[in-house]
Design a protein around this ligand. Structure first.
Ligand code: ZN
Length: 225
């Protein structure tokens, strides 16, 4: 099997795990950089819960399909823009998850309340709910993102990027779990936010490819059960 076929399978698995854990629904997309000016991305119309390698297309950064069945999502500009701006980004997840979006809908800052959540904190917020459906919108997002591994988009969603698809996937699950815990804690009181020193120690321990793979394996096992 070619490397490209293996990456397509990995990307399809990532999207099915995101759907199973309710981070994506009928929308949401993920991509993997595939050489110069190229990326693998799921077809916009594909059924997320049933996704296979056949639903992954190879496109250039203008959205032209080079290989595959169907068109990329309208927000492919988000992926193209980030790959152009961030040479360190090999994979991207964009979703419209509930809990983190509740925070941006109501103007609550994202707090590091959960050890794994410190990996994406501080988390910049794009101050518009508009879709990232043009190079101009992608430029606004990458300006907000800076050198961070993740960002929120007000009343819209979240984006994470990684050195591989495992990292991009794991970061969005951490981001959303932290937001869920913060939201629930806010119902009964004021959540405790980790101190700078506590955050630093969490990051040192938890930013680890072996732990990322274990988290991926946890979601993979749930999908199989
Ligand atoms: Zn979106």
């Amino acid at each position: 099997m070619s490397d490209l076929e293996e990456l397509k399978k990995q990307l399809a698995l990532c999207l099915r795990m995101l759907e199973k854990s309710e981070i994506i629904d009928f929308n949401g997309h993920a991509s993997i950089r595939a050489g110069e000016n190229r990326m693998l991305i799921n077809v916009g119309s594909a059924q997320r819960s049933q996704l296979t390698a056949r639903d992954i297309c190879l496109v250039d950064f203008d959205g032209t399909v080079i290989e595959g069945h169907g068109k990329p999502p309208l927000e492919f500009h988000l992926h193209a823009g980030i790959y152009k701006a961030r040479a360190d980004s090999q994979a991207i997840v964009h979703a419209h998850p509930k809990w983190s979006t509740f925070l941006t809908m109501t103007g609550h800052a994202y707090l590091p309340v959960f050890a794994q959540g410190t990996l994406v904190h501080p988390l910049p917020v794009l101050d518009t709910p508009d879709s990232i459906n043009s190079p101009e919108m992608a430029a606004r997002l990458t300006a907000v993102l800076g050198d961070r591994p993740a960002a929120l988009m007000k009343s819209h969603g979240a984006v994470t990027l990684g050195r591989d698809i495992v990292e991009a996937f794991v970061l969005i699950t951490y981001l959303e779990e932290n937001a869920y815990r913060q939201y629930m804690a806010m119902q009964v009181g004021t959540p405790y936010a980790f101190s700078e020193d506590e955050q630093r120690r969490c990051r040192e321990k938890l930013r680890n490819p072996g732990l990322f793979q274990r988290t991926w394996n946890h979601f993979h096992a749930k999908l199989e059960s």
